[in-house]
Design a protein around this ligand. Structure first.
Ligand code: BGC
Length: 471
């Protein structure tokens, strides 16, 4: 335990306790606040999706993983589903745009699927390329700002088979891909997200082994995390040199960001060890990526196994905005596992249907923390698995309230993207969870989209922001 972690842990504990004046998150306060009135002019209000989770028919490393099992026979996907047709958004994009209009949203975050655009090394599928271009054009024609993610967890099989993110050659391939996507979509797209959640991919794919490639190898985890950070820097350079068109006329041709998954790590008790372990967890999971982006230097350490330090050319200054994906808080107790910690939600706390704690104040705290970055912030994801749909309205309201409180406290937040537009393929959880503002009836051949009650909440926020939802 380094003295730094101890100090950080103590700092967090202080933050979680007394000290500064914090806004009240009592439901009466949240419900009484005029939703969306505190958001700044030009704020991007929209929803988020990712290619593999909605398009359908993708063949990539995930599709393969879905069809296989762990050595003991347990299927990789909890509900035994495969992504298959997903929500068929590849063919139903126009329907999805109508949903966005119904929300009154002025922005949409989606990702392009590398395996579709470059199905074999160096090849380029011009039909797929044309389709993505039509999407970006359709969004712009409807007054919806596209925010395009280049990599959201799925690799073409040819990349995965040659070692995926462990292989430095993947960085060259990804850099070329980024340049080509910028050439393809730069005329319509200004907002870019290079990589989605490097920390989640590294931990789930290479430490916990629950996502492809299913490894449990801390050194590989660190290598991959470092490569993803480097891949971001290289993609940012490509986006800036290839996309010179200011598509929305605001004076900026490219706004490059990365979507970072952040969580609140709450020490389970006042004991020095719990506080220190929560601090260590926070430092590794929340801070490794932003620290590298801030300084241009990767510094990763896991006591006893990893100590990796290196400068990355072009990393410092590679961001125009910082994207935060926020869902939940973990309570952390020290234990003897490889991560030294047990993360859990104590009984009696409010959770979503996956058991993740609902803690809107965490979004406020983390926006305030990352405001110190000195860059505009965008909430690139935030949402809940709510299978009844009844609890999402308050979730949305309380998290938008958190954004507004952070803005009132001085944070420069430029956008909020709800996860998700529609129910979609939830990775290892399959189709059981429901994160969509619109429910997808999976039993209907047309995969009919239906409003959940949170659509009305979103529309209220949109109207208060001066947007006009369609009836
Ligand atoms: C991911 C999404 C995912 C969501 C909810 C985020 O970590 O970026 O792809 O669907 O969490 O599980």
């Amino acid at each position: 335990m380094s003295p730094r972690s101890l100090v950080l842990g103590l700092g967090l504990a202080l933050l979680a306790g007394c000290g500064e004046q914090r806004p009240s998150f009592e439901p009466e306060k949240v419900n009484a606040a005029p939703l969306g009135k505190g958001l700044p002019r030009g704020f991007l209000l929209g929803a988020s999706t990712a290619s593999h989770q909605v398009e359908g028919g993708n063949e990539n490393d995930w599709a393969r993983w879905e069809r296989a099992s762990f050595p003991d026979g347990t299927p990789h996907i909890h509900d035994r589903s495969v992504s298959g047709p997903a929500t068929d958004s590849w063919n139903r994009f126009d329907e999805d745009v109508k949903l966005m209009k119904r929300l009154g949203s002025n922005a949409y975050r989606f990702s392009v699927e590398w395996s579709r655009l470059e199905p074999t090394p160096g090849a380029w599928d011009s039909e797929a390329a044309a389709r993505y271009r039509q999407w970006a054009q359709a969004l712009r024609a409807q007054g919806i700002e596209p925010l395009v993610t280049l990599y959201h967890f799925t690799l073409p099989t040819w990349v995965a088979e040659s070692g995926g993110w462990e292989n430095p050659a993947t960085l060259d391939a990804f850099e070329r891909f980024a340049g080509r996507v910028a050439d393809l979509l730069g005329g319509e797209v200004d907002w870019w997200c290079t990589i989605n959640e490097p920390n989640v991919l590294a931990v789930f794919g290479y430490m916990d082994g629950v996502w492809p490639p299913g490894k449990k190898d801390t050194k590989a985890m660190a290598t991959v995390l470092a490569h993803l950070i480097e891949a971001h820097a290289r993609a940012a350079r490509q986006l800036r040199t290839h996309d010179l068109v200011d598509a929305d006329g605001d004076g900026k041709a490219t706004l490059v960001g990365l979507a970072h998954h952040v969580r609140v790590f709450q020490p389970a008790s006042g004991s020095t060890t719990d506080i220190a372990v929560a601090g260590l967890t926070d430092e590794f999971f929340n801070e490794s990526v932003p620290n590298a982006l801030r300084t241009g230097r990767i510094s990763l350490s896991v006591p006893g196994s990893v100590s990796l330090r290196r400068e990355v050319p072009g990393l410092k200054g590679s961001l125009d905005y910082f994207g935060l994906n926020y869902y939940s808080r973990d309570h952390v107790r020290q234990d003897a596992s490889p991560s030294f910690s047990h993360k859990y939600v104590p009984a009696g706390y409010d959770t979503n249907d996956l058991g993740w704690e609902l803690y809107p104040e965490g979004l406020y705290l983390l926006l305030k923390r990352y405001a110190a970055f000195g860059l505009p912030l965008v909430v690139t994801e935030n949402g809940m698995d709510d299978r009844s749909g009844e609890r999402r309205p308050y979730y949305l309201r309380s998290h938008l309230y958190a954004v507004e409180q952070a803005v009132a406290a001085g944070a420069d937040v430029r956008g909020y993207f709800h996860w998700s537009l529609i129910d979609n393929f939830e990775w290892a959880e399959g189709y059981a969870p429901r994160f969509g503002l619109f429910r997808v009836d999976r039993s209907s051949p047309e995969l009919v989209r239906q409003d959940t009650p949170a659509v009305e909440t979103f529309r209220e926020a949109a109207r208060n922001l001066g947007l006009t939802p369609t009836p």
